[in-house]
Design a protein around this ligand. Structure first.
Ligand code: NDP
Length: 496
């Protein structure tokens, strides 16, 4: 029997005031997983009010104690890793080995940020006046709204929730409508780990209907959003008018550059993994391959061969290499790019079709697709397709390859395959991307370094690593004058 998923507001699992529901289904076969309560703006109000009420007690709880709750949450996640991974595969389609990786990333982030409970370093610096103390400390924002996508339904919420919590904020969490189950599981885990009521409130429902209300709500101080560039730009516009803090992690048009001195077989492994992992639905997916002309025919032949051999199927089947995309509309969007590519002069060298044979017809499967004869300015080389499609572009040297790499509006991830150390360092310096890989694909970030992109991939913030704390706290500079008299900075400084 299908589960029923509810909101979590002020420590209680409750249905929306609307009484309406929507369905959560398996994108590989259409099977029903759960009915989901469909929230209204009135539910958002309740969630924000609960978060506001819980804020003072939570921010005043010593940060190391907040960290202990996170450590306990990490332990529970570890114990449930396999169940979480299998539920994720059913809910959004990625193959189970990748789903395990998604959960593990959430565990890594939770443990890492728990440690920040005993760090969150500020500066103590010398004051210019005698008997004066100067230091800085972090201060939480208040109530954070976390709006997350479906493609990393466990990891991405932990990137937002954990640093927000450790800094002393309370939360309203609005996950993607395709992945409410993993959001419920994460909230359950934090509740079991001892999070006080009201600190984390979950609102399930359509972002298009609830989004503006969440973003403009006077009780929400910071919006942390990961998703499409269009939605991010809309949120940024609304929040900007209200001078609210907003952190956006958006799309990408990532590329792998292969030089003629590269180990081509190694590059092919990286390309196949980066282009088709999670059916190309990673913000860091390699949707472009920029290959040196000297190795282009070998690169193309090998990627095409590998793409043609990939087996599509349910992500829980051990034989599956490629799962479905998340929805019918995602499938249609991916398929719509094939005629666009052909019209602009590209060649479909592998795949190119929606899979309709046998059991695949019940799900949203698109063949792994390789486009060749692609020019850098074509739409398939510029726009995010977010599916198992990669476009191969040829170049004559590294300078040209870097120019092509940097020619899109995005700047998330890139990689270079080369055996030449000079090429490697020039590429590291000149790539306009937040993530740069050498002799590895475009995916595989670790949580202890900043994650995010340049240009239209975001608005300048980074998640993960120490950088995460910058988003979820403000700096407060504190001066203590213990001289017992008026001392005027920049005026009463003793002469040298
Ligand atoms: P969307 O922008 O459609 O959705 C993301 C989230 O925003 C969902 O929770 C969605 O809710 C919600 N939402 C939708 N409309 C609004 C609105 N008007 N106001 C506020 N919230 C809204 O993106 P997708 O879910 O389709 O995710 C895929 C995109 O995300 C890709 O472009 C990808 O590149 C990007 N992405 C970027 C990452 C990065 O770190 N740079 C990481 C992962 C993905 P609902 O589901 O209910 O519509």
């Amino acid at each position: 029997m299908a589960m029923h998923l509810q909101n979590h507001i002020d420590g209680r699992w409750v249905d929306s005031v609307s009484g309406e529901t929507f369905e959560n289904t398996d994108p590989a076969n259409g099977e029903m997983i759960a009915t989901v309560t469909k929230s209204t703006t009135a539910d958002v109000d309740k969630a924000v009010e609960a978060a506001r009420r819980a804020y003072d007690a939570w921010r005043l709880m010593p940060a190391p104690k907040r960290g202990e709750i996170l450590y306990r949450a990490g332990e529970i996640m570890l114990a449930r890793k396999e169940d979480l991974a299998r539920e994720m595969t059913r809910e959004m389609g990625k193959v189970v080995a990748e789903a395990r990786g998604d959960v593990q990333e959430g565990i890594d982030m939770t443990y890492y940020i728990a440690g920040e409970g005993r760090r969150q370093f500020g500066d103590v610096v010398p004051a210019e006046l005698p008997n004066k103390w100067a230091m800085s400390m972090r201060h939480p924002h208040g109530v954070v709204a976390a709006i997350t996508p479906w493609n990393f339904p466990f990891a991405i919420p932990t990137w937002k929730l954990m640093p927000a919590l450790i800094c002393g904020n309370t939360l309203v969490f609005k996950p993607a409508s395709y992945t409410p189950l993993l959001a419920v599981r994460l909230v359950q885990i934090l509740e079991e780990a001892g999070l006080p009521k009201g600190v984390l409130n979950l609102v399930l429902g359509p972002g298009g209907d609830l989004g503006d209300h969440i973003v403009t709500h006077p009780g929400v101080d910071l919006i942390s959003f990961t998703g499409s560039s269009d939605t991010g730009a809309h949120i940024g516009e609304l929040a900007g008018k209200l001078l609210k803090r907003v952190s956006c992690e958006l799309g990408g048009k990532n590329a792998i550059v292969v030089m003629d001195d590269a180990n081509v077989d190694l590059a092919i492994d990286g390309i196949v993994w980066s282009a088709f992992g999670t059916s190309g639905q990673r913000c860091t997916a390699a949707s472009r391959v920029i290959t040196h002309r000297g190795v282009a025919s070998e690169v193309i032949e090998k990627i095409v061969g590998r793409a043609k051999r990939m087996r599509m199927g349910h992500g829980l089947e051990p034989t599956t290499d490629l799962g479905p995309v998340v929805s019918k509309s995602a499938l249609e969007k991916v398929a719509s790019y094939i005629p666009i590519a052909e019209k602009e002069g590209a060649t479909v060298a592998a795949g190119g079709k929606i899979a309709r044979e046998g059991a695949l017809a019940k799900g949203f499967f698109h063949e792994p697709t390789v486009l060749t004869d692609v020019k850098p300015n074509m739409r398939v080389a510029q726009e995010e397709i977010f599916g198992p499609v990669t476009a191969v572009i040829e170049s004559t040297n590294l300078d040209e390859a870097i120019k092509i790499l940097n020619s899109t509006k995005y700047g998330l991830s890139c990689s270079l395959y080369t055996s030449n150390v000079n090429n490697a360092f020039r590429f590291m310096r000149d790539a306009e991307c937040g993530l740069v890989y050498l002799n590895a694909g475009t995916i595989g970030a670790e949580i202890q370094l900043p994650f995010g992109g340049m240009k239209a991939t975001g608005n300048g913030h980074r998640e993960a690593g120490r950088a995460a704390l910058e988003v979820y706290s403000e700096w407060k500079s504190i001066y203590v004058d213990y001289s017992g008299k008026l001392q005027r900075a920049q005026m009463d400084t003793p002469p040298p």
